[in-house]
Design a binder for this molecule. Structure first.
Ligand SMILES: C[S@@+](CC[C@H](N)C(=O)[O-])C[C@H]1O[C@@H](n2cnc3c(N)ncnc32)[C@H](O)[C@@H]1O
Length: 213
């Protein structure tokens, strides 16, 4: 059976506590829940079916995004999420770190239309979603922070992040060790590598942190 509002909040609260993340779930849970419900309802239509339940999403994509949120620089700054799909990690970063100005880039227009609806429904300011196939075209601005998850390979991420990063700048990539190739020589210097296990499944993830070259 699917998880309830109370169970979901309790689960995430405990995950955050167990992993010692410096975040307070009560500051973003209501909006996160609305977003997760919308994503669950539209997942099939948007072909975002890798995760089957809200419980599973809390223990994987949400948790991963919160690990990233707690490692971002402090304060307010513009951030770009490349290949955001249904808003991961960028939309979750915005909920957990509302002072950050987020741009979600995604090549598939229906996913961007969904994100625009969610942004409107949640009355979020300082976040936008744009249809853009990076590599074919590029935005005319640069960002001090660039992030992504599930972008195809670590190498592809560093190649595109290098193009979008301002200097100085930092890029963060959530690498799914078991599911995604490294892809070859990296285009940015690696600053830090943080390995962690997902709650419940114990699957491995690595948060890679790069700096502008
Ligand atoms: C595997 S999904 C991951 C989505 C999301 N980041 C997540 O972790 O759930 C990859 C997404 O990146 C998008 N994508 C891949 N290459 C892209 C590119 N060059 N420019 C923009 N979006 C891209 C795809 O359309 C897809 O939505």
């Amino acid at each position: 059976m699917e998880i309830s509002w109370e169970e979901g909040r309790y689960l995430l609260e405990n995950i955050i506590k167990d992993y010692g993340l410096p975040l307070r779930v009560e500051t973003f849970w209501d909006r996160l829940w609305i977003y997760l419900r919308a994503l669950a309802e539209r997942a099939e239509e948007l072909n975002l079916t890798a995760v089957k339940t809200i419980r599973e999403r809390l223990c994987s994509q949400v948790f991963e995004a919160l690990v990233m949120a707690s490692r971002l620089p402090s304060g307010a700054f513009p951030l770009a999420d490349l290949g955001t799909g249904g808003g991961i990690p960028g939309l979750i970063l915005k909920l957990a770190r509302p002072e950050v100005e987020v741009t979600l880039y995604e090549a598939y227009p229906p996913r961007v239309a969904f994100l625009k609806e969610v942004i409107r429904e949640l009355s979020l300011a300082g976040i936008c979603a744009e249809v853009l196939h990076l590599g074919k075209s590029w935005p005319d601005r640069r960002f001090p922070v660039v992030v992504a998850r599930g972008y195809g390979s670590v190498q592809k991420f560093t190649k595109h992040a290098k193009r979008l990063l301002s200097s100085p700048g930092v890029a963060f990539y959530l690498w799914r060790n078991d599911a995604e190739p490294w892809g070859g020589d990296l285009c940015l210097p690696l600053l830090e590598r943080v390995e962690f296990e997902l709650p419940q499944s114990q699957d491995l993830r690595t948060l890679l942190c790069f700096r502008s070259s």
